[in-house]
Structure formats: C-alpha cells, structure tokens
Design a protein around this ligand. Structure first.
Ligand SMILES: [Zn+2]
Length: 446
C-alpha cells in the first residue's frame, strides 16, 4: 500500500481559563498511533514571537509529522478536528484555534521562511492562507481563525538548527485548577543530577521550583533539556504527589533565542520584534517607580531606551550599574512607544562589550608626607592636616574608579525568562543540526 507524509499544525486552543494546545497534541499522538500512523519526529512545540500584541500567554504552536497508509487520511484529519473541537475553549474571546494539514514529504522553503518570520516578527493570516493554497494544504480555523498562522508556522519550523526537548506530564482532569502536588525536594535533586543538560528547573535566586506552571491548564510539570534521554531520566527522578494522566516528549525551539534577530542600526528596530542590537550608553540608568531601571543607548543612526524590569532580577542589578560611554549589546523585545517617547527594548539579556573608564576627581596627596590634602575653601588652595604645608597651585586629580561591573553576558533571572530565551546553562551546548534521527523507545506514555 502507498504511504504518505503529513504535517499537522495546531495552534491556539487554550485560553486563560484552561486548556493547552500541547495537551490536545498529546491526545492526538495516542489517537494517531491507534490508527496506525508512524511518527517521523517527536511532536514539535514551536514558540512563536512572544511580542505579538494579541498574545499574552506562551504563544506555542504544535506540529505532528507522520507517515500513514493511503486510505487513513480522512480518519486522521477527523481525529485532529474532533479533538480540537472537543478541547478548545471555543467560547472564550481571544481563543482562535487553527488546524493546518500539509501532505508533503518535504516542508516547502517558503513555509519555513514564513515560520522564521512568525518567530521573530509579525506575519498575517492572508500570507498564511496564500501559502496554504499554493502548497495545497488544508486549513480549518475557528473564531477569527488566527490560529491558522501559528499552525502553519509550526509546520514550517522543522528545527534543523539548535533545538531542545521538553517532557510534559499532564494532570488528571479532576485536579486541574487545584494546587499542583510535586515533591519539591525531588525537583532540586533532579536539577543537581542532570545539570547542565536540563535547564529552567529551579530559580536559584529565590530557591523556587519553576517546572510547575501556575494557571488552570492540565500541565503538571515540564522538564526541559538537551536530549530526549536526559528529560526522560529527569522525569524518573521527579516525584509527583498526584496522578500523572499522561506524558509526552516534545522537540522544541525553547531556550534557543530563536526569536532574537540581529539588527545593525538602532533606527532599523521595529515594534513587536525581538532584537539584538549594539549601542553606547547615552543616558545613565535611572530607577523609575516599581524599581524598574531605564537607560538609553545610541549609535550614529539613533537612540532608544532600554528597560530592565524589576522581575528581571540579576539583569536589573547589572543595568543599574551601567554608565554613559559603556558599549553594550542589548537583547529583547521592542515595545511600541507611547506618545512622544522613544522605542524601548525590554531587556532579556545585556552583553557588556566594553566599560567606559569612570573617573572621580579628588584632591592630590601631600608632596611632602603623602597624606591626602584638604581644601581650605573656594580658591583658597589645599592644606595638609598632618604636616601643615599649604599649596596654592595644586588642583584636583582624576582617579579611575573601580566599576564593580565586568564585561560579558548577563541574562534575566530564570523566573522571568521567556520560553525562547536561551539560559546561561545552554551556552556551549547548542546543536547545529538535527542529531536525533530516530525516536527513542518510549517517548510518550502508552
Ligand atoms: Zn603633608
């Protein structure tokens, strides 16, 4: 019998009051397997541009890539559609689910380019529909149909470059909305035993566990790491204190900085994009209400504000020590300016390239005995308190002050990192291609 390849993209089935698109994907995994489909990859969890103004949550879309016998096509599509209909919060304003089916062995380059734009910037539904039509895909949207954008983008991002894995464990329905019960000590132990190959397990600054989300969604916890083997091993160490309904390993662009795009001049940055941009500090940091820190950077083309908000923790502490003349690379989301204000980069990372020398002006030492001279008043000259000498012609001297700051990379605190932010722990572990050609045994519960 003839076999075909299909990419199934899903997006935006969740709302602030519940649901989770990864969960719909996890259910679909089970259904497709029962139908006899073969998985070509782990389910892909693709985080899209976190700055899209109409998205306030994780902005994650899913793609399942399968091989199946001709004749199963209708049943496969029916399974996906009925799961979305059953589990999406369709009556919630702002929940706009989308499903895209693309029956192609290879993902077209144009769809991959579309995905890159959806991760770093803004794309339109019109553009998505044009591509779906061109490549004979099939799209199904609910409400505003905006989910079709993410569903197609998830298909297009095939994660050929850097990528990571996340094992997500789900709760039974009756526990959703209740406090999550997981043995915290086991999470700290897991972090210790699997580092640096897992990341974002705990916030060391606050001594807090962060693998358990807060909201009413069905996720009990998610473990992020470099390989499917390590997240599965870590899963074995964590002790849940409530039933795990199912678990699945996803391949993802989380923790890869995929949203950041290098911009070569400050006047080129656009609202809603996430950028990496160089500049020289042009206005000293100032602390505004709620302890946020704001400073400005400039280059030959223009000037922008940079903001390190209170929850960025460690990053805020670095930002406040910057001074005019420091050369930095700022990474973060560009916020649309309020009237008359410059664009603002909401900092996720600061790479300090060079520190300007900071000078302080002090009285010189006594040429006779070495004690620091004292001023006798305006235009009165200097006097030594120890030996009594007076000096009319000596002025203040410049002394280099210790900056209490080192060049290098600083990243926002774990608790305020976006899904896409590459944490310090991952530097040096980046993958430059796909290594996991086949799926490990048991990549989901059965
Ligand atoms: Zn003296």
């Amino acid at each position: 019998m003839k076999t075909h390849t299909m990419h199934i993209g899903l997006d935006d089935t969740d709302s602030t009051r519940g649901g989770c698109t990864t969960y719909v994907a996890a259910l679909l995994v089970e259904k497709l397997e029962k139908l006899g489909a073969k998985f070509l990859d782990y389910p892909n969890l693709i985080r899209l541009n976190p700055n899209v103004p109409w998205k306030t949550r994780g902005n994650g879309a899913l793609c399942l890539r399968i091989k199946y016998d001709e004749g199963l096509e209708d049943q496969i599509k029916e399974a996906a559609i009925s799961l979305v209909e059953e589990h999406a919060d369709l009556n919630f304003k702002g929940t706009d689910p989308g499903i895209v089916f693309l029956t192609k062995a290879e993902v077209p380059e144009e769809v991959t380019a579309f995905a890159k734009n959806a991760i770093t910037g803004i794309v339109t539904l019109k553009e998505a529909m044009r591509l779906i039509e061109k490549f004979e895909g099939e799209a199904l949207g609910f409400n505003t149909c905006r989910g079709i954008i993410g569903a197609l983008a998830a298909i297009g991002e095939t994660l050929q470059g850097d990528h990571t894995f996340e094992l997500i464990a789900y709760r039974v329905a009756e526990n959703c909305g209740l406090k999550r019960k997981v043995d915290e000590t086991s999470i700290f132990k897991m972090d210790e035993l699997t580092r640096p190959y897992t990341f974002n397990n705990v916030d060391v600054e606050k001594g807090r566990v962060i693998i358990t989300p807060r909201g009413p969604d069905p996720i009990l916890f998610g473990i992020r790491g470099e390989t499917p083997e390590i997240v599965k091993k870590a899963f074995g160490i964590v002790k849940p204190l409530e039933p795990v309904e199912r678990w699945v390993i996803f391949r993802t662009n989380q923790g890869t900085d995929a949203h950041l795009r290098q911009v070569h001049a400050l006047n080129q940055i656009k609202p809603y994009n996430s950028v990496i941009v160089k500049g020289v500090v042009s206005q000293n940091p100032r602390i505004i209400p709620l302890r946020h820190v704001i400073f400005s950077i400039k280059d030959e083309s223009g000037e922008v504000d940079c903001a390190a908000y209170e929850p960025t923790g460690a990053l805020r502490k670095v930002a406040v020590k910057l001074a005019i003349g420091d050369s930095i690379e700022a990474c973060g989301a560009v916020r649309k300016p309020s009237q008359g204000k410059p664009l603002t980069v909401n900092l996720e990372k600061i790479n300090i390239l060079a520190l300007a020398p900071k000078m302080s002006y002090r009285n010189p030492l006594c040429p006779k005995c070495g004690r620091r001279l004292k001023s006798m008043g305006k235009n009165q000259g200097l006097r030594c308190e120890k030996c009594g000498s007076k000096f009319a012609g000596l002025g203040k001297v410049a002394v280099a002050v210790n900056r209490e700051l080192k060049t290098g990379l600083y990243v926002t605190s774990t608790r305020s990192q976006r899904h896409l932010t590459k944490p310090i722990r991952r530097y040096g572990l980046e993958k430059c291609g796909r290594t996991a050609e086949s799926l490990i045994e048991g990549w989901h519960s059965s």
